[in-house]
Design a protein around this ligand. Structure first.
Ligand SMILES: Nc1nc2c(ncn2[C@@H]2O[C@H](COP(=O)(O)OP(=O)(O)OP(=O)(O)O)[C@@H](O)[C@H]2O)c(=O)[nH]1
Ligand SMILES: [Mg+2]
Length: 252
């Protein structure tokens, strides 16, 4: 059986590292799948899992800053260039890790990863690769935020060239704010009504056009709500990626 690579990426502080750990633990406890943890974030001091491959064994943001007299953002760009240059070597190491599922944690500066090293290392990864695009649940509570999140997830998938599941994390903090999300996703008329209620001026037309396009572009089902803290939603997330994995396996 070919391995499944799950690339966890998303906005800074959305809970990528926490989800990598929680989902991995859930899979280990609830299935017979063997899991490996890959850390591609050279900027972190701590990750809440034991990495089987760690980019920090090769370089760290702190060391690049010191060695090359760069600030944190310049060092992050340099690190992503290094990731791109060494993508062959790193993917070779990662591909040697023989498990069923490789969970891959990525840097908070998502745009740097997407512009530089991310697509190349994704392309070289053996097996089936799916990305999990993670955002903080608070942003999706409003119609415009929900549309923004969905489109960003779509862009991430386009850039990496792999199927992408949008994941709303920190559900434990949602406190009922999200009662409308499922309804807005299922009913485009309701989404449009919400857009008109929330938006103003020139942005209404744009937001309305986007809301109309969404159902065609994205199946509503490819959005999962989870909490990396409480563990809620892990079964749903696992089922969804497994379904995509099986469909991809049939196609390739
Ligand atoms: N309440 C709550 N807090 C969470 C959840 N997931 C992560 N956090 C917290 O959010 C903060 C950021 O979590 P990380 O897992 O480090 O997020 P990240 O996306 O890896 O962050 P960067 O790599 O720095 O971009 C930490 O304080 C976590 O404890 C969640 O589901 N619920
Ligand atoms: Mg992290």
């Amino acid at each position: 059986m070919r391995p499944l690579n799950l690339i966890v990426l998303g906005t800074a502080g959305a809970g990528k590292s926490a989800l990598t750990a929680t989902l991995g633990r859930w899979i280990e406890q609830n299935t017979d799948q063997k899991v490996a943890y890959i850390n591609l974030d050279p900027g972190c001091d701590f990750v809440p899992f034991k990495p089987d491959f760690d980019i920090r064994d090769y370089f760290t943001i702190a060391k690049i800053m010191r060695d090359e007299n760069l600030g944190p953002n310049g060092a992050m760009i340099r690190a992503s260039e290094l990731l791109e240059q060494k993508a062959g070597e790193f993917s070779g190491q990662i591909n040697k890790i023989k498990v069923d599922i490789r969970l891959i944690d990525t840097p908070g500066q998502m745009e740097v990863f997407l512009f530089h090293g991310g697509p190349e290392i994704t392309r070289l990864m053996g097996g089936v690769t799916i990305s999990l695009f993670l955002t903080d649940v608070g942003i999706a509570a409003k119609a415009a935020g929900l549309i923004f999140t969905r489109l960003l997830g779509l862009s991430v998938g386009l850039r990496l060239g792999v199927p992408t599941v949008s994941v709303l994390n920190k559900m434990d903090l949602a406190e009922g704010k999200l009662a409308d999300v499922d309804r807005m996703l299922a009913d485009v008329e309701l989404l449009k009504e919400q857009v008109i209620r929330e938006s103003s001026g020139v942005m209404i037309d744009l937001t309305l056009s986007l809301s109309k396009a969404l159902p065609e572009l994205l199946p509503a089902a490819r959005l999962v709500k989870v909490s990396a803290k409480s563990g809620e939603g892990m079964a749903e997330l696992y089922d969804m990626v497994h379904e995509i994995f099986c469909a991809c396996g049939d196609l390739t």
